[in-house]
Design a protein around this ligand. Structure first.
Ligand code: PRX
Length: 641
């Protein structure tokens, strides 16, 4: 790829970048699965439901569907109604009938350098064995299994085994801590928890089992805990509650023969908790049929996954990116994936580039924060390695600034790899706004909606914004990978996503955006109380509730402050409880780390006597933000004090 007009350096994001266009090279065009992007979009637009149906036919079904889309009970849309399938049928079973059986499904590297590989055949055997273990513990169709682990192959086995027998998983990211885990176990009412003794990160261990023990004690639903041995550090094992994974897998019950449960297309497959506007995380619920169609199609079209590729999605299986594009998407396509356990800069800042070289990674998909973090160490680290195996790059999770885009493109991609900037959400299941390899790219824009997806940037009254006018990003018609509800809270589902444009029946993304004169979408940021820190999605209310759970904090307010590497960091303001000792910044940081997890720890905590509030008692975060950024505070007429 070469820039048509490169007006480089220090241009304000958006403005000059609009003029910078990267056309695909002849090589990319030749290799691409879909060669004409606009035509593919136009074709799908003629009959979007038929487009998705055609994609669904590329997968295996026990029984075909009667109706592709049932919109009679909107916004509770249903896809492929009457169809019988199971994601595991497509991710594992169907590969046994061809050469993929012996192909590597997974290449794993531990932070300490250990290596392991698993063929499709072996992965399926492990999954079957563990599925039988789960069944023997009474896990049945519809049950919720909570999984809390680091990036090790067993997390993938556990997820697939759960889904195989018709149960649902709720994976809690291994960087969360006690309270976050406890409340997710409680909301899902999980009887079984799968965890590990610990995990490695940056040369240290995280005591996952110890955190799990505390969470189990707080939540009170868990009857069995299955523990994978990873670090070998001593852990407490409670008799008749806790079992070692390797001991269970050695039992005769762990037979490698296990039938995959045929599921209705609309049967729930997993819950994934994500942050919203209140302190309570939302259990976003996805189902078997539509989800598999969307992730398989998007991965195939956007990253053009070929049989000889080595795909590396460097996210964590505990987030939606990992669910869709580490676990299910690549397996459905029969791809070979790399999973790396540890930190990108451990023991040296070239760890990732060493992995690309060593495993001949052909496609790398990661978050802008990781790119900015590694960019900080300079170009000499990647330049030590042969990165010529790379042919495509991708980003997700937050807007990428043009400077980081160019570094990724030139220093990592050698100027030849198109960058797929994919916009989507936990709720959307798969990519929504994204280029294809043949799309002319503008650094910082995810370009246009994927074929079959209809989105718009609209004003409050629902009219479409003019080019470059900021508005609300909405999805105008149902798509197969959409969330079906919030677990056991359908009202919140309707209220959160479908109430703002109820009349039109549009889905509210919560993002603000603008579209340029070419129709390219530029994401501006969140419109609600969600903060993206290093690509992680956090709610202000979640962090505030962690802060006030400390006895010496009576009130707290948090805001997002821009940060060069992480996109945003959190600043918190706390009012001490009367009559208690004034807490220190460090004590409160430790407290948040322990309750919610390291990702939620504010970069700064200020202890204050009061918070700016409206007369009705609402905290004016705008005032706090202006103060923190040294900007004018604006209109203060509604301020109480
Ligand atoms: O604000 C958007 C941002 O991430 C939000 C969704 O977060 P989450 O559910 O954690 O999913 C992240 C991984 C799919 C969106 O509402 N976001 C996601 N991708 C992009 C993005 N912002 C800009 N550009 C992107 N490519």
């Amino acid at each position: 790829m070469s820039p048509q007009q490169s007006d480089d350096r220090a241009a304000p994001a958006g403005a000059a970048a609009t003029a910078e266009l990267y056309e695909p090279s002849p090589d990319v065009l030749e290799a691409a699965h879909v060669k004409d992007w606009e035509n593919a979009r136009a074709e799908a637009e003629k009959d979007p439901v038929a487009f998705w149906e055609e994609r669904a036919r590329e997968l295996d079904w026990y029984e075909p569907w009667d109706q592709a889309l049932d919109d009679s009970n909107a916004p509770f849309f249903q896809w492929f109604v009457g169809g019988k399938t199971n994601v595991v049928l497509n991710a594992l079973d169907r590969h046994m009938a061809n050469a993929r059986k012996n192909k590597l499904a997974l290449i794993w590297e531990g932070e300490n350098g250990e290596q392991a590989t698993m063929s499709y055949f072996r992965l399926r055997q492990e999954v079957n064995r563990f599925a039988n273990v789960l069944k023997s513990m009474g896990v049945a169709k519809g049950d919720r299994v909570t999984i809390y682990m680091g990036r090790i192959p067993e997390i993938i086995v556990a997820m697939l085994a759960t889904v195989k027998i018709g149960a649902m998983h709720s994976v809690v990211y291994g960087g969360f801590s006690t309270e976050a885990l406890a409340e997710r176990i409680e909301d899902a009412r999980s009887r079984v928890l799968i965890t590990a003794d610990g995990s490695y990160i940056r040369g240290k261990t995280v005591p996952l089992k110890q955190i799990a023990d505390e969470a189990v004690a707080r939540s009170g639903y868990v009857e069995h805990v299955i523990v994978v041995r990873r670090t070998g550090e001593p852990v407490n094992m409670e008799a008749s509650r806790d079992y070692w994974y390797h001991e269970l897998m050695a039992l005769p019950i762990a037979s490698p023969v296990c039938e995959t449960e045929p599921m209705d297309a609309e049967d729930p497959m997993f819950i994934l908790y994500t942050s919203g506007t209140t302190g309570r995380p939302k259990g976003v619920l996805h189902t078997h049929g539509g989800y598999q169609v969307q992730i398989a199609t998007t991965l195939k079209w956007v990253f053009d996954v070929q049989d000889d590729d080595r795909w590396w999605c460097a996210a964590d299986p505990g987030w939606i990116t990992g669910h869709s594009y580490i676990v299910y998407g690549p397996l459905i396509l029969g791809a070979t994936s790399l999973l790396y356990e540890g930190a990108p800069d451990y023991p040296y800042p070239d760890r990732w580039w060493r992995l690309v070289e060593q495993y001949a990674v052909s496609v790398l998909y990661t978050a802008p924060t990781a790119i900015r973090g590694l960019m900080r160490f300079g170009g000499s680290w990647p330049q030590r390695h042969d990165l010529s195996s790379l042919r495509l790059l991708g980003t997700v999770g937050e807007p990428i600034n043009p400077e980081a885009w160019r570094w990724y493109h030139n220093t990592i991609g050698g100027g030849r790899c198109p960058i797929m900037d994919t916009w989507w959400q936990t709720e959307t299941g798969g990519f929504m706004i994204t280029p294809l390899p043949v799309t002319p790219l503008k650094p910082g824009s995810g370009t246009k909606p994927f074929p079959g997806i209809e989105m718009d940037v609209v004003r409050d009254d629902g009219t479409s914004c003019d080019p470059n006018e900021e508005g609300k990003l909405v999805v105008k018609r149902p798509w197969p990978g959409m969330l079906r509800t919030i677990y056991e809270d359908p009202d919140r589902y309707v209220e959160q996503y479908w109430s703002e444009f109820a009349e039109q029946g549009w889905y509210l993304t919560g993002d603000s955006a603008r579209r340029d004169e070419d129709g390219y979408v530029w994401i501006i940021g969140r419109l609600d109380d969600v903060i993206k820190v290093a690509g992680y999605r956090l709610g202000t209310a979640e962090i505030e509730s962690a802060l006030v759970s400390h006895p010496s904090v009576s009130e707290a307010a948090v805001i997002a402050v821009p940060d060069e590497v992480k996109g945003n960091v959190i600043h918190a303001f706390c009012i001490p409880t009367a009559g208690t000792e004034k807490p220190t910044e460090e004590t409160l940081k430790q407290h948040v780390r322990k309750e919610t997890g390291p990702i939620a720890v504010p970069a700064r905590i200020e202890i204050v006597d009061s918070l700016p509030k409206t007369r009705s008692g609402k905290i004016m975060r705008r005032v706090l933000r202006a103060k923190a950024l040294g900007e004018p505070v604006g209109d203060l007429s509604t301020l109480a004090d």
